[in-house]
Design a protein around this ligand. Structure first.
Ligand code: AMP
Ligand code: MG
Length: 501
């Protein structure tokens, strides 16, 4: 259905329940004026999902809204307040130093979604920062968040990236940009930490009730709603981290201010996808001790959730000491839930039959661990290998086998694995098709991302547009895209990513 937008009418039907209900957790603020805004990327599918005419967003009035130069009716731009443990150290006052929440819209399904700007100028939370963001990193968040979404990973979304027309100082002078981000909400574990530390004791219960109503309404039905809230956040995070681990995603900066209570991935800074399977993979240049290494992500999630649980103690029981036991008990459920999600996901990726609990199923666990061990030992590309397995199910294991320097190990494993996959007369073609639907061909490969961003920063958006097109249909192999399905050439070297973007 084509949408036409009446000229001059507001684009977004903004509401602002956050501002209405959560006094004490924001500061009203205006975006800096972008001198010469120019739309670089627009997510037309997401616009339609939000009930907005994409063509109207391309007009000067639309771009002015996307970059923060004009404020639509119903929008009250605010910088949100939050605290956070950054690399384990507590910062009592972080907040949106360069971002603003414009308001909320109800999408086509009636879901409430935040519309937010990143890179829109200094706010009272900016500390030493310039409040700005560069074109490269904002396009990076756009493409990686949309790739994650296309793979079924819960995430904030990217509606648009708009160049501001201003040059900003980074290592060199680079063009500035604003990302228009859409999220289930921007409430973070750090928001709870901030609320819990305020002198005003009414803020924390208001925040908890707000989050229950907006994200976890089932908790309201529980005898102990705040324990229900804790369990719900544990559950969505266990599911989320399992998805990251299944697609080989390294977030890179899992500080408590970068963990949502909705269960969406947020803040694409130094993140990247792992090539060769290795739990110790770290990309971020500032993560010197590997705190946020690939394999540590589930443990860090529990650590962050423990910080979340601490904020809830005074709500769970009149004497917070009485709340510690029940909260600890719930934190203990993360592990089981995470493993369940991960096992289910890995079984689907390997084409292992589910619901078949027979004697042979007992060997499946070692099938998985033996495989991961081999992938790590022989430094095999995780994504490429998993995708290649469907061909082995169809009868040709050459592609999988050729990835190994010592293919004999693979041969032994493959034989064992195929017995299970094709157990009880399962149809190889149906199994292979189901595997292809969960093993991406195309992920946002580091060298492709870097090449696309370098070209975009120099003014050529062609490679970026193409990369978005490729990674937003990750499961369908298409001709001519082989370069997007292979790891970086050795000459690309060890990939390093940077914060302070
Ligand atoms: P991040 O690592 O992107 O999650 O940011 C951590 C904190 O630093 C948040 O409070 C951000 O708002 C703030 N921040 C990051 N970059 C800037 C910047 N250029 N100017 C102001 N604040 C910033
Ligand atoms: Mg952040």
């Amino acid at each position: 259905m084509a949408m036409t937008h009446p000229e001059g009418a507001p684009l977004f039907a903004f509401e602002h329940t956050y501002v209405r209900d959560l006094e004490g957790l924001f500061t009203p603020w205006q975006a800096a004026t972008a001198p010469a805004p120019r739309l670089l990327a627009l997510n037309t599918t997401l616009a339609v999902e939000l009930g907005i005419d994409p063509d109207a967003l391309r007009t000067p009035a639309g771009v002015a809204t996307l970059v923060g130069n004009s404020t639509e009716p119903g929008s009250t731009p605010v910088a949100q307040a939050y605290s956070g443990h950054q690399f384990g150290g507590y910062s009592p006052r972080l907040g949106d130093g360069r971002a603003l929440l414009l308001g909320e819209v109800l999408d086509a399904r009636g879901e409430r979604r935040d519309v937010h700007l990143k890179g829109s100028g200094r706010t009272p939370f900016a500390r030493g920062g310039d409040g700005k963001a560069a074109v490269g990193p904002m396009l990076r968040e756009f493409v990686i968040s949309e790739a994650m979404h296309a793979m079924g990973v819960p995430t904030t979304r990217s509606l648009a990236v708009t160049a501001t027309g201003e040059m900003i100082a980074r290592d060199t002078t680079v063009p500035g940009a604003v990302l228009t981000r859409v999220a289930a909400s921007h409430v973070r574990v750090g928001t709870f930490q901030y609320a819990a530390a305020l002198d005003d004791p009414t803020v924390l219960p208001r925040l908890a009730d707000y989050v229950i109503a907006r994200h976890h309404p089932a908790a309201a039905q529980s005898d102990a709603p705040y324990l229900g809230l804790l369990q719900a956040v544990i559950d969505v995070q266990a599911a989320l981290i399992a998805r990251w681990m299944l697609v080989g995603f390294v977030h890179g900066v899992m500080n408590t201010d970068n963990m949502t209570v909705s269960g969406e991935t947020i803040d694409y800074g130094p993140c990247a996808f792992m090539d060769a399977y290795d739990p110790s993979t770290v990309f971020s240049s500032i993560d010197q001790h590997g705190r946020y290494a690939f394999g540590n992500q589930p443990d860090i999630a529990i650590w962050n959730l423990a910080r979340f649980a601490e904020t809830l103690l005074p709500l769970i029981a009149t004497d917070p000491h009485d709340a510690v036991g029940p909260a600890m008990e719930l934190l203990g459920t993360f592990d089981t839930r995470y493993r369940q999600h991960w096992n289910d996901g890995m079984r689907a990726k390997l084409g292992l039959p589910d619901g078949l609990v027979d004697e042979a199923a007992a060997g499946d666990e070692s099938l998985v661990t033996d495989l991961l061990h081999q992938l790590q030992e022989q430094r095999i590309d995780y994504t490429m290998f998993l995708r290649s397995l469907s061909s082995a199910v169809r009868g040709d294991a050459t592609a999988s086998r050729s990835l190994f320097a010592q293919p004999e190990m693979f041969d032994t494993w493959c034989e064992r694995w195929l017995v299970r996959v094709l157990a009880q007369g399962r149809d190889p073609h149906a199994v292979a098709a189901a595997m292809d639907a969960v093993n991406p061909v195309y992920i946002a490969r580091n060298h492709q991302v870097e090449a696309a961003l370098a070209a975009a920063t120099a003014g050529d958006l062609g490679p970026f547009d193409r990369l978005v097109e490729v990674v937003t249909q990750p499961f369908t192999e298409r001709p001519g895209l082989a370069d997007y399905a292979t790891p970086a050439p050795a000459s690309f070297g060890n990939y390093r990513t940077f914060c302070g973007t």
